[in-house]
Design a protein around this ligand. Sequence first.
Ligand SMILES: Cc1ncc(COP(=O)(O)O)c(C=O)c1O
Length: 396
Amino acid sequence: MSSIKFDLEIKFGTQYGKEEEEAVLRVLRNNAPTSGDECIRFEKMYADYSGSKHARVVSNGSTALFLSMIGLGVGPGDRVLTTPITWIATAAAPATLGAEVDFVDIDPVTYNIDPAGIEEKLTPNTKAVIPVHLYGQSCEMDEIMALSQKHHFAVVEDAAHAIGAEYKGRKVGTFGATGCFSFHEQKNISTLGEGGIVLTDDDKIFERISLYRSQCTRVHGNSTKYCKLDEEKFPVGKKFWWQDFDDCGYNFRMTDIQAAVGTEQLKKVDHFNQRRIDNAAYLTEALKEVPGLVLPTVRSYNKHVFHLYPVRIDPKEFGMSKEDLIYDLLHKFGIKLGFHYIPLHYSTAFKNRGFKKGQFPHAEKLGEELVTLPINPRQTEEALAYLVKSIKDVRK
Ligand SMILES: Cc1ncc(COP(=O)(O)O)c(C=O)c1O
């Protein structure tokens, strides 16, 4: 029972094994350096896995988004659009750089940003749109990329939930100017609790992201002639070399020990995702007859990797409110549901920026009705059956 309970908490989606243990010890015995060869190896593997030209590891998904904004030169006077149904990091990246953030309402079926709502929110200052591949399902990338070409804004994909997810056979995070991933402990793979990566095909954006990640350090010297990014080895030889800083930047690096774990996790990601997909299929089959539950809709051309399993509750048909369901499942059955997310424009941060209830009706309705069920690759059939039975019993 205790392992069932552990698997029925929304926390800790990730799973480590012997391979990760060995990777930690190997790097530890090598003095556990900051960003070095292990990071470069993980970056190369992630870029190859995704089909991207470049990948840069960073300290977390929030810094992946923040550096993407810096890579595009987003700042005061620019406008950035995103969805109100996301974690605050998505909107905080442009907002903390002084850009104006506005939201576009969601598609009420997939819960992702509705491409049909983007055009009317564009102004000449709109520099970027950040679609979020929510819960592990891709946004409508054909429509979003067509709008980006027509109106000349950049697309930054927030793929924090969507490691390994695909849109029409292509990995998410490879459509926009950049793709941002999180390796936080709850994500589909993790690098010891925190971590992230940015993908891009654009050499200039990659260079800016790499520089600002590491305090804008450039190393000059006779034997190297010009600029080597700090994580590359360079032949100093006997000649003089010196360090300069192009600008004031940040330290958003990942450590080698995290990257070594990431490499092992990435080898397993398709297996983990398949377990999530199978567990989601089990839940969908077992819950489909329960009145008042709206189960996830997966577009035929998407590979949804079920970072989360979203369920809408119709309180009249289901017989209880979302709040009562969350409370009763926890207290009577020991099951912890999530509520991803309360619409961002309800937060103090965005109320203080002038947003009001009523502006994004689909997002607001979702916020009232949505819960996320625990889902992770460890879940046994016994744990899933207990979850389903508890949801059915709680209504009695
Ligand atoms: C949609 C989304 N974007 C960005 C992030 C930020 O990632 P991190 O926690 O690694 O900073 C998260 C984290 O939960 C997220 O859910």
